[in-house]
Design a protein around this ligand. Sequence first.
Ligand SMILES: *Cc1c(COP(=O)(O)O)cnc(C)c1O
Length: 233
Amino acid sequence: MSGNERRGQLAAGLAAVRDRIALACRDADRDPAEIGLVVVTKTYPADDVRLLVELGVRDVGENRVQEGQAKAGEVDDPRLRWHQIGQVQTNKANATARWADVVHSVDRARLVDALARGAGNAGRTLECLVQVSLDGDTTRGGAPISEVPALADRVAASPGLTLAGVMAVAPQTTPPRQAFDSLVEVAGALRADHPQATVISAGMSGDLEAAIASGATLLRVGTAILGSRPPLQ
Ligand SMILES: *Cc1c(COP(=O)(O)O)cnc(C)c1O
């Protein structure tokens, strides 16, 4: 496929997602200007990221630390904000701090400390979202709701880190709207102690309307823009 064809595909995907966002905002009586969009480029090449930048995208998300690090190095465009949205092993925190601007998957105290050390080593500041496990099954990442306040305090108290808000993936067993409503409740409680923590990262290709209805402020959308990915090995 030529670069122009791919550019056309990406433009169409972006337009379709922006239309869905506009419709969902109308239904929810919200202003589309308050909804951010992270385009999830995992498994797709750096060339796609470059095309997305030309199309006006400024926030891109990666699931795997090594892939994100490689792609951020290849594209190296100061206009971009790189989001690490997948789980981070503690021993990858230092590497993450070198390329990511925002980490959505902060879910344990040891990771907070490791990211703070990494940010210090890199001389950078990382925006952190506390990932919430809405069904308490933490195998897919996320902290149980009961642990969120202490984790948030720890992020806020760590030099090199700022607490930006919360993130969740809807559990397979809960209707998305119900899951996202409980995330929004967690976010509200957090803002009582940390008024600057306003980001609610929720909603993907399949459930962005539910996330917008609940009150999400930042969507993470991959396949609806870039196409379906080959299954992960
Ligand atoms: C892959 C991924 C997304 C995007 O999913 P799509 O269904 O492709 O839109 C969002 N969040 C996380 C954590 C992901 O890993």
